[in-house]
Ligand binder design. Structure first.
Ligand SMILES: [Zn+2]
Length: 238
C-alpha cells in the first residue's frame, strides 16, 4: 500500500475511534458523578439493597447465593453498628457495599442551615462503621429517600463518593409479593437499577418476590449484578 493510502486508512480509523469515544457515556466511579441507571447496551440489571444490614439480610443472602447473583448493599451506618457480623457476612459473600448515611436523615424535611455539615458527618460516621465491621471503605453513595441536589453532589465529591440511585423499586409499598414481583418484571430493561430493601421490620414479601423476579427475567435473557459490574473503580480510571 502506498504511504499516502496508509495515512488515509490510519486517519479514518482514528476518527472512527474518536467518534465512538465521544458518544459513549462515561461509566466511572469519579467522586461527584451521579447515575440513575446503568449502561443499556446489554440485558443487564443492577441489583441494590438498602437500609441494612438487618435481621432479614441473611435470608436475602441465601437467595442470592442460590442464584449465584451478586448485588450492591447500601448500608445504614447505625444498622452496621447494630449488626456488624451480618455486614461482614455480606462482604464475605462477595457483595459490594455502599454508604446510605448513618441515621437515614430525610433531607426533604431537614430545614436547618447546616445540612451540608450534617450530611458530611453522616457519611463519615457510616463509612467508619462499615470500615470497622467489614474492612471496606465505601466509595458509592445512595442518598436516603433519593434526595439529590447540587449541594449533595458537592459534598459527595468532597467526601469521595459516586452517587448511584435507582430506576425502579416498590418493595416498601403495600402490595402482595406476587404484585410486587410483576411490577419489577414489567420495569425490567437493559441498564435498569432495581432497588430492594434488606433492612426494616420484615422483608417477607421481598424474600418471596425475588425468586419469581430472577426466574422470569433470567428466562428472558437478563443477568444481574452489582454496580461495580459497569462502574469502573477509581483505581482503574486514568
Ligand atoms: Zn433507605
Amino acid at each position: 500500500m502506498p504511504m499516502f493510502s496508509k495515512l488515509i486508512v490510519f486517519v479514518s480509523v482514528c476518527s472512527a475511534v474518536f467518534a465512538v469515544a465521544e458518544t459513549l457515556p462515561v461509566w466511572e466511579a469519579r467522586p461527584g458523578n451521579f447515575y440513575g441507571n446503568g449502561p443499556s447496551d446489554q440485558k443487564f440489571i443492577t441489583l441494590t439493597f438498602d437500609d441494612g444490614p438487618g435481621k432479614e439480610t441473611p435470608r436475602i443472602l441465601e437467595i442470592l447465593a442460590r442464584y449465584q447473583i451478586h448485588a450492591t448493599f447500601f448500608m445504614e451506618g447505625s444498622q452496621v453498628d447494630r449488626y456488624p457480623e451480618i455486614a461482614k457476612q455480606v462482604v464475605t459473600a462477595g457483595h459490594e457495599v455502599g454508604n446510605h448515611s448513618y441515621t437515614h436523615v430525610n433531607f426533604y424535611r431537614y430545614k436547618k442551615p447546616d445540612a451540608r455539615t450534617r450530611l458530611r458527618e453522616e457519611l463519615q460516621k457510616a463509612a467508619a462503621a462499615i470500615q470497622r465491621a467489614t474492612g471496606v471503605q465505601p466509595v458509592l453513595l445512595r442518598m436516603p429517600h433519593g434526595y439529590f441536589r447540587s449541594w449533595v453532589r458537592e459534598v459527595a465529591r468532597a467526601e469521595g463518593y459516586t452517587v448511584v440511585h435507582w430506576s425502579f423499586g416498590c418493595d416498601w409499598k403495600p402490595m402482595s409479593a406476587e404484585t410486587m414481583a410483576q411490577a419489577y418484571i414489567v420495569h425490567a430493561r437493559p441498564g435498569a437499577i432495581f432497588l430492594f430493601h434488606d433492612g426494616g421490620k420484615t422483608r417477607q414479601r421481598t424474600v418471596e418476590a425475588l425468586p419469581v423476579i430472577f426466574d422470569t427475567l433470567q428466562r428472558a435473557g437478563y443477568t444481574f449484578g452489582p454496580i461495580r459490574t459497569w462502574l469502573r473503580s477509581r483505581s482503574s480510571v486514568k
